[in-house]
Design a protein around this ligand. Structure first.
Ligand code: PGA
Length: 219
């Protein structure tokens, strides 16, 4: 049996009240599994609140951020460093296609990954296909074809498996490849039952506590 990683990417959603409402619903229905690690990546402002909730309720989830600065700190208005984020989180999504569309380059991704690793944060590097550069320090890659993100049209499990296997053979250091793009509780298993896909990165469907708990149950 393989160990799976199920990552929620909340993107620019949920204020403090909405995040707490999610957690109180989710904690009622979530059944932790030995073989599944769950990571929630909210927007920065609610990270401390969620971290507090997770600790005081002993909720079996890890936290992540959706990006880290490529700088270590200082005069960079609007940035949050990996050193600051590590107080609360163990993971960071890096290089999501929605950030690359805003101008983030392979070089930025490389610097951010280095910064994350230096600070003990595990990067989850997003790529849109098997030809995108994966920084040397990366152990977790999320394959997310742009046309599958938020469209309700996921990639086929066969193609996703092919890409996952190519990513692993091109990048020896990569341990886990996740699939992302319109994952739901209905289709998650078709991806996680393949040989080389080790979990999923979930956007829209992770915003609903019942649906997200179902994804964990069905994977
Ligand atoms: P989606 O987003 O699940 O809403 O398609 C996935 C992602 O962008 O990480």
């Amino acid at each position: 049996m393989k160990n799976l990683l199920i990552v929620a990417n909340w993107k620019e959603n949920k204020n403090q009240k909405e995040a707490l409402d999610f957690l109180s619903e989710f904690s009622k229905v979530f059944r932790p599994r030995q073989d599944v690690k769950v990571v929630i990546c909210p927007q920065y402002l609610v990270v401390p609140t969620i971290s507090e909730f997770v600790k005081s309720n002993n909720l079996q989830v890890e936290l992540g951020v959706q990006d880290v600065s490529k700088f270590s700190g200082g005069a960079h208005t609007g940035e949050i460093s990996a050193g600051e984020a590590r107080e609360f989180v163990k993971f960071s999504i890096i290089g999501h296609s929605e950030r690359r569309a805003q101008g983030e380059t392979d070089e930025d991704v490389q610097e951010k990954v280095e910064m994350a690793v230096k600070n003990g944060i595990e990067p989850i590097v997003c790529v849109v296909n098997e030809n995108i550069l994966v920084p040397q320090e990366t152990k977790i890659v999320a394959y997310e074809p742009v046309e599958a993100i938020g469209t309700g049209n996921p990639d086929t499990p066969e193609n996703a498996e092919r890409v996952a296997s190519e990513i692993k053979s091109k990048n020896n250091q990569v341990r886990n490849v996740l699939y992302g793009g319109s994952v739901t509780s209905q289709n998650v298993r078709s991806f996680t039952e393949t040989q080389n896909i080790d979990g999923v990165l979930v956007g829209g469907a992770s915003l609903d506590p019942l649906e997200f708990a179902q994804i964990i149950e069905q994977c």
